[in-house]
Structures are given as structure tokens and as C-alpha cells.
Design a protein around this ligand. Structure first.
Ligand code: B12
Length: 454
């Protein structure tokens, strides 16, 4: 018996212009090249939950225009996908079903829209796979697959029961980064967020020993791995993370994660992060203007309350030798056309090491999607291929959709201009040298790369 685990993968934008112009800009390309080689952690997790007597093959489908199906023959196929490539996932699943091979779909998109997915597969799995996969396999073996599998309300997977994802299924030459999840959820609720808060309203952490076990499993195949934590918001439980980072120091790995700006308030945490190999944190700043962030966090307007401190916070984090990838969302309700120049000026002032520019995207299952739909502001409803974070599919409040799309391209040209990137990076290293008398070992390689930029 053989199961095919198929990940829809790759990084893309559906707009022709962005593909031609936008995605060839150095900043987009750099980040795309780096992250596009990430495997699907969800499917490696499913593999770890599958009984050992069942043969497993992991495959990735990267081509957007993919029409056929991978060549291997399987008895069961499980597909994971996010919204942007869900149409490809459905086509693939339909192709297997036509040949009589049952298919299971799971992940964020189908959890938000099970009814839509059901038309294209044998079963849909809603929510976290860990609590359901064993039952799916049992039902498959007894030819009794149900249409839907769903975790009982109020029940969440306990991350201390996690199994080590099957990193051994990967081709060691094909990846330069590997993901490890240390937490799920986020205590905040930003209206646009389409990440693991859609699976779980509760913030939970994986015990330190489990995280270290996963990192050691990776090191078994990649002796010097770069680890990307697949978290929505690391460090929320400070004491836990300080414990984890103390152990992580011994592992001598370099790592990256996503977190919120409040880490700047904890110098001990920042020291531990640098000492344990942190090279970069990605932080959702969303907008440099208070009007832009006004009201986007739905529980306590948290981002609005933090925004006056953004500049100081970035300086504190970068002065600890940790580079910041600041993310901005273009098209927020409070932002007009002035935001394009505003972001450029903010990046220049703060010397952000890296910048990520995206447009506001109504992913299914988010409060943003419901709100924009209710207000009649979605341009093409259910055009999931536009859920790329780069394609405009809504009417912004303070500018036209065309202005927003063009604004993204024009701003990207300026922010990702080689000399501007080089100047910011040089400023970061010069400042560190002045402050700390040297560049931390963890960043030496980054500095070499930065200076060798075209
Ligand atoms: C790593 C990553 C990638 C990697 C790897 C993607 C992959 N093939 O898995 C790469 C770089 C390729 C990538 C690409 C893209 N990504 Co990405 N990515 C992430 C990131 C950082 C971590 C995801 C992760 O590993 N989570 C951990 C796993 C364990 O969680 P999970 O996938 O939800 O899986 C659990 C359940 O959903 C379920 N499950 C999932 N799949 C399946 C399948 C089956 C059969 C079953 C039973 C269960 C099941 O069980 C799992 C365990 O409980 C998240 C942001 C974040 N911090 O989470 C964004 C994120 C997932 N990406 C996002 C986006 C938008 C993209 C791109 C569209 C970007 C672009 N412009 O190209 C592409 C689209 C890829 C696609 N195929 O559609 C969005 C997706 C939003 C959405 N709801 O669709 C996220 C949430 C970021 C965001 N800004 O909102 N991404």
C-alpha cells in the first residue's frame, strides 16, 4: 500500500506584470529564492503519523499551469495547499479521482471552505491533522472513508505529543532551509491574518526538548542547516522561549523566525536570540502610519498602540545584531497614496535590513474577507489564484485598485534598488562595529553576502 503526499509549492503572483517586472526585482527574488525551497511541513508531519507498514512518497508540484498529475501510482493521495494554488490542487485531485484513486485534502484553505473542497476529493480534513490522520488511515484501510473529518469543538492538539516530521523523506540536495514549528496560534487577532489562528484560537508552544529533537533530526541529514521556525508569533511565552534558546545555543544552528515587535522590550531575550544563532526576525509592521494600523488588531488595537514605538524598537533589535525584515501591507483602509513615500522614508530612517511589501489580501476564513465581502469591495469573488499577497483583488478605501497595484511595483523598484539595499546593510554592519566592536559571528556570512551584491 502506497500513499502519495503531494505539496502544492513555489512562490508566485498571478498578475502578468508582477511576474515580469515585480518578481524579478532583487528583494522579491532574494526572498523567493530562499523560501521557495521550503518543503511542506504539514505533509512531513502527516508522514510521521502514518503507520510504518504503509509506503510513503513525498512530491512537490511547483508549476502553476500544471494540468496532469505526478507519475507514480498511489493507492491514496493526500494533498496540502494554500489558497493561491487551490485550483491546481483541485485539478490534481480530480485527475486522481477519475482514475479511481481516493484523495484527501487538508490545510488552511479547505478548513475555511470545506464545502467547496468536497466537490474535488474523497475526504476533507478540517483543522489540525494530528488528531485525525490515524482515523483517516484506519477508514481508508477498511474502505470506509468519510466525507469529512473534523476535530471536536474546543479540542486542540497538545504539541507535547508531536512526532518528529519525516525530514528523511526529503532529497538532501533540494533544500537549503528546513522548517520547524515551535508554536501554533497568536494571542492577537489581526483581521487579515490567514495563518494558524484559523486553525486554533489558542496559543500553544512545543516543549523545548521536542524542538531540540526535531533540530537534531534535521542535523542528521543536513549538518549545517538553516532553520526557519514555521511560527506565526514566536516568543509570546517568554520564560518558555528563554528555556528553549538556552538549549538551542548548544545546537549551533542559524535560524529565522516571525514574531511581534514587543521582543524589543526584552534585552535578555534579544541577547539569547543572538547567542543561539538568530539571524533575522520577520515582523509585521503593516504600516508606518498610525492611521494605517488603526483597528487592524481586533482584540485590543495592539498594533496601533505599538506603532509610535516602531522606530526605536527596530533600532534596539538591530543593535543586538539581529536583522529585521519589516513587512508592510499596502492598501490598508487607513492608508492613502501617501503611504508609498511614507514607507520609503521609514525604511530609509530606520535602516531596516530587509523589507517585505505585500498588498492586503482577503483570504477565505478571515474577518477581512467577510468584511470586504459585506461591503461589496471584493473585485472577483472566489478568485483564489489571486491570494498571492501581491495581486490586488479588492477596492481599497483610499485609492483605486490600479493605483495600489502600480504603487506596489513602483515602491518595490525603489525599496529593492541595489544601492539602497547595500547602503542599509552597510549601515547595519558599521553601526554594530561601532557599538559592539565587531560583527557577531552569526552574521559574518550575511555580511560577506551583503557586500558581494552585484
Ligand atoms: C513555509 C511556508 C511556505 C513555504 C512552504 C509551503 C508548503 N508547501 O507548505 C513556501 C515558501 C513554498 C510557501 C509558499 C507560499 N505561501 Co507560505 N507560508 C509558509 C509559512 C511560513 C509556514 C507554513 C507551515 O509550515 N506551517 C506549519 C504546518 C504544520 O501547518 P499547516 O500547513 O497549517 O498544516 C496543518 C493543518 O493545516 C493540517 N494540514 C495541512 N495540510 C494538510 C493536508 C492534509 C491532507 C491533511 C490531512 C491535513 C493538512 O495539518 C497540519 C498539522 O496540523 C506560513 C506562515 C506561518 N507562519 O505559518 C506561510 C503561509 C502558509 N503562506 C502563505 C502564502 C500566501 C504563500 C504563497 C501564496 C506566497 C506566494 N505569493 O507565492 C505561496 C503559496 C504556496 C501554495 N502552494 O499555495 C499564507 C497562506 C494563507 C492561506 N490561507 O492561503 C501563509 C499563512 C502566510 C501568510 N502571510 O498569511 N509558503
Amino acid at each position: 500500500m502506497k500513499i502519495g503526499l503531494i505539496a502544492m509549492s513555489g512562490v508566485r503572483a498571478s498578475s502578468e506584470e508582477l511576474n515580469q517586472i515585480g518578481l524579478t526585482l532583487p528583494g522579491f527574488v532574494e526572498r523567493s529564492r530562499v523560501i521557495a525551497s521550503l518543503p511542506s511541513l504539514s505533509l512531513l508531519t502527516l508522514a510521521a503519523l502514518t503507520p510504518p507498514q504503509i509506503e510513503i512518497e513525498y512530491q512537490e508540484v511547483r508549476d502553476l499551469a500544471f494540468e496532469g498529475k505526478p507519475s507514480s501510482s498511489f493507492d491514496l493521495v493526500a494533498i496540502s495547499s494554500y489558497s493561491a494554488q487551490i485550483e491546481d490542487a483541485y485539478r490534481l485531485s480530480d485527475a486522481y479521482n477519475r482514475e479511481g484513486v481516493p484523495t484527501i485534502l487538508g490545510g488552511l484553505h479547505v478548513t475555511a471552505l470545506p464545502g467547496e473542497a468536497m466537490a474535488h476529493c474523497t475526504s476533507v480534513v478540517l483543522g489540525e491533522a494530528e488528531l485525525l490522520w490515524e482515523e483517516v488511515i484506519e477508514d481508508f484501510v477498511s474502505s470506509n472513508l468519510k466525507e469529512t473529518y473534523q476535530t471536536p469543538p474546543g479540542k486542540w492538539f497538545d504539541l507535547s505529543d508531536s512526532r518528529v516530521p519525516r525530514y528523511d523523506l526529503l532529497d538532501t540536495d533540494a533544500y537549503n532551509r528546513l522548517t520547524v514549528q515551535t508554536s501554533r496560534g497568536c494571542p492577537f487577532r489581526c483581521d487579515f491574518c490567514a495563518s494558524s489562528v484559523l486553525l486554533t484560537p489558542k496559543y500553544r508552544v512545543k516543549p523545548s526538548r521536542k524542538v531540540i529533537e526535531e533540530i537534531r533530526a534535521i542535523k542528521h541529514y543536513w549538518p549545517h542547516p538553516f532553520i526557519e521556525f514555521a511560527d506565526d508569533n514566536s516568543f509570546v511565552q517568554r520564560a518558555h522561549y528563554k528555556d528553549l534558546l538556552t538549549f538551542l545555543k548548544e545546537e549551533r544552528v542559524h535560524w529565522f523566525t516571525e514574531c511581534d515587535i514587543s521582543i524589543a522590550e526584552d534585552p535578555d531575550l534579544l541577547d539569547l536570540m543572538r547567542e543561539s544563532g538568530c539571524r533575522q526576525v520577520l515582523i509585521g509592521l503593516e504600516s508606518p502610519c498610525p492611521d494605517g494600523v488603526q483597528g487592524i488588531e481586533l482584540k485590543s488595537n495592539w498594533k496601533f498602540s505599538k506603532s509610535p514605538h516602531y522606530e526605536d524598537a527596530i533600532r534596539v533589535i538591530q543593535d543586538h545584531g539581529i536583522t529585521v525584515d519589516g513587512c508592510f501591507i499596502l492598501g490598508l483602509d487607513g492608508d492613502g497614496e501617501e503611504v508609498f513615500d511614507g514607507i520609503y522614508a521609514f525604511v530609509e530612517r530606520t535602516g531596516l535590513f530587509e523589507v517585505q511589501l505585500t498588498v492586503l489580501t482577503p483570504f477565505p476564513g478571515t474577518p477581512l474577507y467577510d468584511r470586504l465581502k459585506h461591503e461589496g469591495r471584493i473585485i472577483e469573488d472566489r478568485a483564489w489564484r489571486k491570494c498571492t499577497l501581491f495581486d490586488v483583488n479588492f477596492v481599497p478605501r483610499r485609492m483605486s485598485p490600479e493605483r495600489l497595484q502600480q504603487g506596489l511595483v513602483d515602491l518595490a523598484r525603489r525599496v529593492y534598488q541595489k544601492d539602497f539595499i547595500k547602503e542599509r546593510r552597510q549601515r547595519f554592519f558599521d553601526r554594530l562595529r561601532g557599538l559592539r566592536g565587531g560583527v557577531p559571528a552569526v552574521l559574518e556570512e550575511v555580511e560577506r553576502d551583503a557586500y558581494s551584491m552585484g
